[in-house]
Design a binder for this molecule. Structure first.
Ligand SMILES: [Zn+2]
Length: 360
């Protein structure tokens, strides 16, 4: 069975890689995967690709997204309060009273807090606009806009929530800000290490891609799909555990942390690839769960599946609780099983993989 390298995982989870500014996380990812692959390249927007068998004609991509949701400075008021815009699907309702990091142009991170109305005053306020971006204010401890600017903060400066990795229940669960989708990055890097450690021979080119800008529309994945033009693409991202009382299984499906990676059915998911993955899981006794996505999968899978003439694609998801919050959590065993599933798939794929729906 596979075991993620926890030292790498925690370093990567504790780093910052806000959408559009993924370099810090990408460097950690590159340093880790480097010894296990033939070469690594990056492109203008910071997508990073690690390659095995670069000269092979048949190409397979495994992909995760490198970016995390964050905030950006939109307007600095005279009194020194900073109004923000979401950078990705950030949630206004969770920001108040959170600690944050402001990312300055010179690479330094300075502390700030998201202000919150005291409960005493909330009662007397007529319109408690909880879910309203105009109610989210960042406070850097400055009393004027001039002071804010002196710190090096300007319109467009990026902000992330503070918060490092925690283990729950003796390490069964891992809580980490933006494990969506650095968990995926850790999974695909661990697969490369396992192929290297076991000296597996593959007869195709394997492209392990950590793509940028998923949270604003899968743009990094589109760039990579067009650049590499792979024959197959297998994507990993997180998906919702639906066991907590917040969910309705009739609407949201039945997915549980601890019950293994999730395979998605959807028009974008290629039948032959999904069938192959199911068979590999069964043969290797890896428990999997299933979900269905009506239209897009809402992941980078769509960018590959619907790129140019279409790349046969599949999605393997890690169940996660509390997506897009600071307490995103996943089960370590699910992560290790997802690594194992990816590994077994990759050593079973070959360059003659049949992608036709009309012949065997
Ligand atoms: Zn996300």
């Amino acid at each position: 069975m596979s075991n993620v390298d926890k030292d790498f995982l925690y370093r990567y989870l504790n780093s910052n890689s806000p959408t559009g500014y993924e370099v810090e996380g990408q460097k950690i990812w590159m340093d880790y995967i480097k010894p296990y692959v033939d070469n690594i390249f990056s492109d203008s927007y910071g997508n990073v690709v690690a390659v095995l068998n670069k000269d092979a004609e048949f190409k397979v991509i495994i992909e995760a997204h490198a970016d995390e949701i964050s905030w950006a400075v939109k307007y600095i008021a005279k009194e020194g309060y900073i109004y923000v815009a979401p950078n990705g699907g950030s949630d206004c309702t969770i920001a108040p009273s959170m600690r944050a990091h402001v990312h300055l142009d010179d690479g330094r991170k300075i502390p700030a807090v998201f202000g919150c109305t005291p409960i005493h005053l909330k009662r007397s306020l007529q319109n408690d606009k909880q879910n309203d971006i105009t109610n989210v204010i960042l406070d850097c401890g400055c009393d004027s806009d001039e002071e804010v600017k002196k710190l090096g903060i300007h319109v467009g400066t990026i902000i992330t929530f503070d918060g490092n990795v925690q283990e729950l229940n003796n390490g069964k669960y891992i809580v980490a800000r933006a494990s969506d989708n650095r968990a995926g990055g850790a999974i695909i890097a661990s697969v490369a290490k396992k192929i290297y450690d076991n000296k597996n021979e593959i007869d195709y080119g394997l492209y392990i891609c950590n793509c940028v800008q998923e949270e604003v529309g899968s743009f990094g994945a589109s760039m990579i799909a067009n650049k590499i033009k792979p024959n197959l693409a297998i994507i990993t991202d997180v998906t919702h555990d639906t066991q907590s009382p917040f969910y309705n299984k009739i609407k949201h499906g039945d997915v549980a942390c601890g019950k293994g990676p999730v395979l998605t059915y959807a028009p974008a998911i290629h039948h032959n690839l999904l069938e192959m993955i199911k068979n590999v899981a069964e043969k290797n006794k890896i428990d999997v769960q299933y979900d269905y996505s009506s239209r897009g999968t809402g992941t980078d899978t769509d960018a590959f599946a619907y790129c140019q003439e279409g790349i046969p694609s599949a999605l393997i998801s890690l169940p996660q609780k509390y997506m897009h919050t600071t307490v995103e959590m996943f089960c370590l065993e699910d992560m290790n099983n997802t690594i194992e599933l990816f590994y077994q798939i990759l050593i079973n794929i070959n360059k003659n993989f049949n992608t036709s729906y009309f012949s065997n």
